[in-house]
Write a protein that binds this ligand. Sequence first.
Ligand code: UT7
Length: 324
Amino acid sequence: MSAYVSVVRSVGGYLPARVLTNDDLGRMVQTSDDWIVERTGIRRRHIAADGETTSDLAVQASRRALEAAGLEPSDIDLIVLATATPDYTFPSTATVVQGALGITHGAAFDIHAVCSGFIYALSMADNCLVRGQFERALVIGAETFSRIIDWSDRATCVLFGDGAGAVVLERRLVAEADGRGIKAVHLRSDGRYRDLLYVDGGPSKTRTVGHLRMQGNQVFRHAVTKISESVRETLAQAQVDISEVDWFVPHQANQRILSAVAERLGLAESRIVSTVADHGNTSAASVPLAMDVALRDGRIRPGQLVLLEAIGGGLTWGSALIRI
Ligand code: UT7
């Protein structure tokens, strides 16, 4: 067993100022507030301003996380940033953020696992810290899905929004961590399902950016079963019973998925942190954004057990259990 454990020191979130409501969308495509709320639970989403990029959102969320921890950017020696909507094909958005924060040491890289990206990034950062390679990481999920949405496709354009969330994760000696830290992580992917949720462009294939395409009802079906399985694996790894979990902080894609997963797992609705109404599906940003809200409003308290999960394009999926 490693001498180290990765502990969540703080969280920060950022949503762009511009809000797009369901009624706004009803003027753009054939849809309605009733349909969107009933089928998804989403009421509004935030859209980045012209010229506002994924790295801009990531920097704002990172500054808020650093402020909450009372840290300076120079205290960070690792940035792992999850995104499917990078500023550029290269360099990585993580290095853009590193530069913007004025950090000149350590390492920075991106993780590409779409909506599961934050769970993947958390796992990679955890491995680096527990190995003793780095001391303190910014783990970021940041997206500008508004740039890859087909705004004439009502089946997808109502679902997604822009945003960023960041977590400061730091290495502690197990003996000095008071039982806190990442207890278990479970990651999976299955490329047979890549056509269920994908972007129809890319530098090598089409030399374009492309637009998001999704067979929503099929992704829905996989989401409920695969997330439930993953959570069971994570709990078994940590030897924790579901009844011990204080808060369930799922990927915020659809309220019906959150509720169906919670029901399968035997988790009370009152233990679900749901922010999907306020920002829709922000892909890799959704889990840290929801964590931020529940930490700031005092629902999640120090010492509590928090269960995270996500599923997205690939398909990729995973879950993580953390004592905050
Ligand atoms: O983050 C990655 C993970 N992604 C997800 O988790 C998304 C998973 N999928 C979903 O959340 C749901 O499948 C959707 C919200 C996308 C769709 O809900 P659904 O209950 O699965 O509906 P559906 O796709 O089976 O479509 C039902 C009907 C269709 O009409 P017909 O064929 O029954 O006449 C659609 O054309 O709803 C229609 N429809 C809409 N109607 C009004 C689809 N989009 C809209 C819309 N407004 N925006």
